[in-house]
Design a protein around this ligand. Structure first.
Ligand code: NAI
Ligand SMILES: O=C(O)C1=N[C@H](C(=O)O)C[C@H](O)C1
Length: 267
């Protein structure tokens, strides 16, 4: 996670700092990201933008970190891509339709500086433990009849289910389908209020909002007579920052669209 990727400034091999702008800089994650970037070796904060600010050329940033709200994120990312600025996106709510539109824009995007092309990372979760949980869940899911995802967050969160839960369910669903698993057994025929949760790729996903929580997720896997529980807790937003910094350092080396920080760190 600590590998540093900076671009050579000149033929002497000197490495210049990566100029970084944060969009959503006054939010819970954005303010933490501002501090993490200011403290990170090889990164220099050149812009911090909040709601209503004109992004302009983002202060000449090489990389923008986008941490806003689902409704604002696609336009912010498009603004960066149009200007050849790489983007690390932590904002959730990127469904298939939004991802497809971004892929189309990237295919027509100008090259980023002297690099091979603009890179955009959509990272539903930056915490290493959450990435491992998703990977473990996908690995375990074909071995169990029943699988359900429960995400638990602070009550100020605007989207449900969480981006992490949606991605976890999608990864589980894909692993089960590739393994030829049967549907998750469920005899429910009467559920007028949606008590069985959202179904994402056939996997029930439940969202809890509770004062005192930060960001937590469980994956419950059941067979006759046994249950495996996988759980991850982010107690503090500091847990996301090593991933944010690693992503900023690596995004310029990954042209095009990448979904999931795990693809940058060899998970
Ligand atoms: N990928 C990850 O590991 C994590 C992702 N998140 C996601 O990050 C996003 C932000 O979360 P929080 O910081 O908790 O929310 P927040 O509500 O504290 O912050 C969002 C900020 O974005 C600002 N904003 C809204 N529209 C904007 C626009 N058009 N341009 C610039 N700024 C704008 C708001 O004024 C606010 O300051 C959410 O989508 C959340 O799900 C949160 C934690 C970890
Ligand atoms: O809003 C949050 O807080 C979080 N959002 C992300 C998500 O929706 O998955 C990541 C983490 O769960 C915290």
């Amino acid at each position: 996670m600590n590998e540093q990727v900076t671009e050579p400034d000149d033929d002497s091999g000197t490495r210049r700092e990566i100029r970084v702008a944060v969009i959503g800089a006054r939010g819970r994650m954005g303010s933490e990201a501002v501090r993490a970037i200011e403290a990170a070796e090889g990164l220099s904060l050149v812009g911090a933008y909040g709601s209503g600010d004109d992004l302009g050329d983002l202060g000449g940033a090489d990389v923008a970190v986008e941490l806003t709200v689902p409704d604002a994120s696609p336009a912010n990312v498009a603004h960066c891509v149009e200007r050849g600025i790489h983007v690390v996106v932590g904002t959730t709510g990127w469904d298939d339709e939004r991802l497809d539109a971004l892929r189309r824009q990237l295919a027509d995007a100008p090259p980023a500086g002297a690099g091979p092309g603009v890179g955009v990372l959509i990272a539903p979760n930056f915490a290493i433990g959450a990435l491992l949980l998703m990977s473990f869940a996908a690995k375990a899911a074909p071995f169990f009849e029943s699988v359900e995802v429960i995400e638990l967050h602070h009550p100020a969160k605007v989207d449900a289910p969480s981006g992490t839960a949606a991605r976890t369910a999608a990864m589980i669903g894909r692993a089960r389908s590739e393994a030829g698993c049967a549907d998750v057994p469920d005899a429910t025929t009467h559920d007028p209020d949606g008590a069985r949760g959202a179904k994402i790729d056939g996997i029930p996903v439940h969202a809890v909002r509770l004062r005192g929580l930060t960001a937590h997720q469980e994956v419950l896997l059941g067979n006759a007579g046994e249950m495996l529980t996988l759980r991850h807790d982010s107690f503090d937003r500091g847990s996301f920052m090593p991933g944010v910094v690693a992503a900023v350092r690596a995004v310029g080396d990954h042209p095009g669209l990448t979904v999931g920080l795990e693809h940058y760190i060899g998970l």
